[in-house]
Design a protein around this ligand. Structure first.
Ligand SMILES: Cc1ncc(COP(=O)(O)O)c(C=O)c1O
Length: 461
């Protein structure tokens, strides 16, 4: 498909530096071959993440000025509560400083050590917090989710028969929660259908298990539902969002994605009366770790921009352009024979580095190898979503093999143009032509959890 033109015009620009190949080689060595260690001054196109990297709108910048910095009972908090009520219809919504803060508040309270927590696929911080709370994370993605070749509309879905079998075998009391990640980041930003949410909700209720949405990209998910699930063809994005969230008991959200803010998150409980102890327990965790309830680790101006960004992120014209960028880049890669997850996910393109670099085995991290190579080629920063991202098994300490070895090209919201995306496609084509020279990597130093942020690596030459 063609490029969907931007539904906005540019009012402020940020210069970016163009580096030489020698400068890039020196920079990646100094970063111990970890893209997270690079200085952003040395990056030309930053596709490391779509999290907190979106461009604020003029209305959001204006919101920064009118943010109310009162410690308690602030106007900006009320504005945020009014907007979240309109969109989600949940009884209790709490701002926190980002998505993992919501996870840190939730999982220690709902998880008894030794209990399972099941997901369509956990994002790494969510998996980390389940583990830190003593829980055992279990991924049950549908079979299509693990198959890069299959073209299916909802590859982010949970595998309902396996979910039912797991609960029948272990019993509801051994499961603290079912977490539906929408869209499913770790399998390529793939959407979850409302039909699948309904099934997950039914199974959760039958077994008395809490259903939680990890809602980082809820608006992109709703747009996919509108385009791909016939029942919702004529529904608005807001109607789909309401229908989806009505199926869950609680949600955690990194607002740095679809709510288009630099920093922020939410945690929410739908029916407060049904879970009185839950809300009280979560509030205690918030006050202890994040701050008073009406600011939750954020400045008043952050609450204001979040209220505005939540609404802008649900705009259908914006979502058409937004998902159009991923589709445009993916179509360019298709023309050049560069394997990637199809249909393309919401927040970027997941290149199948395992297929592009078949000489690198999973335990030498092809997804990471391609990310380093893209930096060396054109100053493009991306990251591994594969076996390097996965920490060793918390019980056995053994390395874990991911379902696929991706390099993620995450596209920040409202930031890059069609020409930037062309630079990315051209760089990948150049790497394709010398793919067999790209080395694998070994880890020489790593922390106990969330290793991909700070591990040190070396190429195996
Ligand atoms: C699906 C998902 N959940 C949770 C998080 C964590 O959010 P944060 O980075 O705001 O802590 C992310 C971040 O990328 C995510 O993609």
């Amino acid at each position: 498909m063609g490029y969907v033109a931007e539904p906005f015009k540019i009012k402020a620009v940020e210069p970016i530096r163009i580096t030489t190949p020698e400068e890039r080689r020196a920079a990646i060595i100094a970063a111990d071959y970890n893209n997270f260690g690079l200085s952003s001054d040395d990056v030309y196109i930053d596709l490391l993440t779509d999290s907190g990297t979106g461009a604020l709108s003029d209305r959001q910048w204006a919101g920064l000025m009118i943010g109310d910095e009162a410690y308690a009972g602030g106007r900006s908090h009320r504005h945020l509560m009014q907007v979240t009520d309109e969109i989600f219809g949940y009884d209790w919504v709490q701002p926190v400083h980002q998505g993992r803060a919501a996870e840190k508040v939730l999982f220690p309270f709902i998880t008894t050590p030794g209990q399972y927590v099941i997901s369509n696929t956990f994002f790494d911080t969510t998996r980390g917090h389940v583990g830190l709370a003593g829980g055992i994370p279990v991924d049950l993605v549908c079979p299509e989710g693990g198959d890069v070749e299959v073209d299916a509309p909802f590859k982010g879905n949970i595998d309902v028969p396996r979910l039912e079998a797991f609960l029948a075998e272990h019993g509801g009391e051994s499961v603290a929660a079912i977490v539906m990640t929408i869209t499913n980041n770790s399998v390529g930003g793939q959407p979850v259908s409302v039909a699948n949410m309904r099934e997950a909700s039914r199974v959760a209720r039958e077994h008395g298990v809490l259903l939680v949405i990890d809602a980082a990209r809820f608006a992109e998910n709703a747009y996919f539902v509108k385009r791909r699930e016939p029942e919702f063809r004529d529904a608005s994005i807001r109607e789909i969002t309401r229908t989806t969230f009505a199926l869950a008991d609680a949600f955690t959200m990194s607002a740095k994605k679809d709510a288009i803010v630099s920093m922020g998150g939410l945690i929410a409980v739908r029916d407060r009366a049904a879970h009185p102890d839950l809300v009280a327990g979560l509030q205690a965790n918030v006050v202890a770790g994040e701050g008073f309830l009406t600011y939750g680790g954020l400045a008043g101006r952050d609450l204001e921009t979040l209220a505005i960004g939540l609404k802008e992120g649900l705009d259908e014209n914006f979502l058409r352009y937004r998902l159009g960028q991923s589709e445009y880049l993916a179509d360019r890669l298709l023309e050049d024979g560069i394997p990637h997850q199809r249909p393309v996910g919401g927040h970027g393109v997941f290149v199948d580095a395992g297929a592009l670099l078949p000489h690198i085995p999973w335990y030498r991290f092809p997804g990471h190898a391609l990310a380093v190579e893209l930096y060396l080629e054109a100053g493009i920063r991306s990251c591994d979503i594969g076996s390097y991202l996965l920490d060793p098994d918390p019980v056995t300490g053994e390395p874990q093999q991911a379902v696929a070895e991706f390099t993620r090209l995450a596209i920040p919201r409202r930031v890059y143009t069609q020409s930037h995306l062309d630079v990315v496609a051209d760089a990948l084509r150049a790497i394709r032509d010398r793919a067999d020279t790209v080395p694998g990597y070994q880890i020489v130093e790593q922390p106990a959890v969330l290793r991909h942020f700070t591990a040190k690596l070396r190429p195996i030459v």
